[in-house]
Write a protein that binds this ligand. Structure first.
Ligand code: FAD
Length: 411
């Protein structure tokens, strides 16, 4: 099956234009898992890297469709921002997950590690689950229902640590997102809402994905409803809630000579708070060794990151009319600081990175720039700041606030 997720902005806009008329039927068709997945948008990767903005998707939806008809679709689009906002105030969930992935690789008994590898390789012996694992590795995509089933199979049937399953998804999904992925896995495991875990049911797979079972039902007895218990892993951790990263309200940089730093958490600089600026230079940095060695991303994932960064730099060059630079470096903070010094920048401006790989290097970048006498200014889109301020507990209280807000802004 060929990869079919749009990544560049042009492909994303084309795909979104094609999907927009299907929004009214999304509610009734979205749960079904079909070959080719034409019943869902497959916009995950371009929304994750923001070569397409949720704001654009919401605006176009409400220009074309009534709120009531599009509500389920709008909810799903906003789920991502809910997860993002949730993780922004609990960054230690991300840090702890990365630590556990490393530790489990050393601590888990060899027989358990071998089983984890076999299940991830699509050799569990349960044919439908193995088909899903192969689809993920071959395309970088899985339907939401398949993600839920497979994660539940990993945790509740195979009784493998959720952290390693989440790592498998993170290495292969083209739309892999630190918030949506980590928190969805925790939700399936019963850690997001303690005591409530998601348990896979064979009847559910048969109803929504008959083609996964066609011709080969081997291993399905392991999914028989009665044999699957909700096994909540130990250590239901309470993570300290931290205040949201403070970003200044928009004001043009005070200094004349400033640069824009582009990173894969938000790649549409030509729309939003950066759009009206006149930078001297624009840089994006790509560290293949971090992605390949630290995160062990699949070649497809790494290629996807290169595509979105190149695409953003090309658009930025056309929009801002200044030099753009693709830095390749082992140490991104070091490379970005050198770029700022060489270009005699007094300030570097960027959209605030969110919790995840880019934010992990922020402290180091800030320290180096500060030592070189260069200011770092992080801006946040107003729509993100508003959505994040609505996140307190569960999704539905968030959605009530979001719904009211969208009605005020767009209708
Ligand atoms: C275990 C597990 C892991 C997941 N990992 C990721 C991930 O790494 N990255 C990611 O973007 N989503 C993740 N999801 C959420 C969801 O499965 C994907 O967003 C969706 O399947 C992407 O495909 P699509 O664009 O065709 O979805 P569509 O149904 O067309 O949805 C449109 C958009 O809405 C957003 N969205 C829809 N459902 C969700 C959801 N449940 N949570 C958050 N956002 C949602 C996405 O941006 C998606 O692109 C995960 C879900 C589970 C259960």
């Amino acid at each position: 099956m060929p990869p079919f997720e749009p990544l560049t902005r042009r492909d994303a806009l084309d795909a979104w234009r094609d999907f927009l008329p299907k929004v009214p039927s999304y509610t009734s068709t979205r749960n079904s898992v079909q070959p080719g997945h034409a019943n869902v948008s497959r916009l995950g990767a371009c929304i994750r890297f923001r070569t397409l903005l949720e704001d654009e998707v919401i605006r176009d939806t409400l220009e074309r469709h009534a709120f009531g008809v599009a509500e389920k679709w709008l909810q799903e689009i906003c789920w991502r921002r809910y997860w993002k906002g949730w993780l922004e105030t609990r960054p230690s969930i991300w840090t702890r997950w990365r630590q556990r992935v490393r530790a489990l690789g050393l601590e888990l008994p060899a027989e358990r590690l071998a089983r984890a590898e076999a299940v991830a390789a699509g050799a569990s012996g349960v044919a439908c689950m193995d088909a899903m694992a192969r689809e993920l590795m071959e395309t970088g995509y899985l339907h939401n229902h398949a993600r839920m089933w497979w994660a539940s199979f990993w945790i509740h049937v195979e009784q493998l640590p959720w952290e390693l399953g989440a790592d498998f998804f993170f290495r292969h999904l083209l739309d892999a997102d630190p918030a949506s992925n980590t928190l969805s896995w925790r939700w399936v495991a019963g850690l997001h809402t303690p005591g409530k875990s998601y348990v896979v049911r064979l009847s559910n797979i048969e109803k929504y994905a008959p083609h996964y079972l066609a011709g080969d039902s081997s291993g399905n007895e392991r999914l028989a409803d009665v044999s699957v218990g909700a096994t909540v892993p130990e250590n239901i951790d309470a993570f300290a809630v931290q205040p949201l990263l403070q970003t200044p309200s928009f004001s043009p940089p005070a200094m004349k000579n400033f640069g824009i730093w582009l990173h894969p958490d938000d790649l549409v600089p030509e729309i939003g708070p950066l759009a009206g600026l006149a930078p001297t230079s624009i840089a994006a940095c790509f560290s293949e060794s971090i992605y390949r060695e630290t995160f062990q991303l699949s070649p497809r994932r790494i290629a996807g990151l290169k595509v979105v960064l190149r695409d953003a730099l090309e658009r930025a060059a056309a929009h801002f009319g200044c030099a753009t630079l693709a830095l390749k470096a082992e140490d991104p903070a070091d490379a970005l600081c050198s770029w700022a010094v060489e270009n005699k920048l007094s300030e570097v401006v960027a959209l605030a990175p969110m919790v995840g790989p880019v934010r992990d290097m922020l402290g180091s970048l800030e320290r180096r720039l500060q030592a070189a006498g260069i200011r770092l200014t992080l801006l946040r889109r107003l729509s993100d700041a508003t959505a994040f301020s609505f996140v307190s507990a569960g999704f539905f209280p968030f959605w009530q606030k979001m719904r009211r807000h969208l009605n005020e802004v767009y209708l």
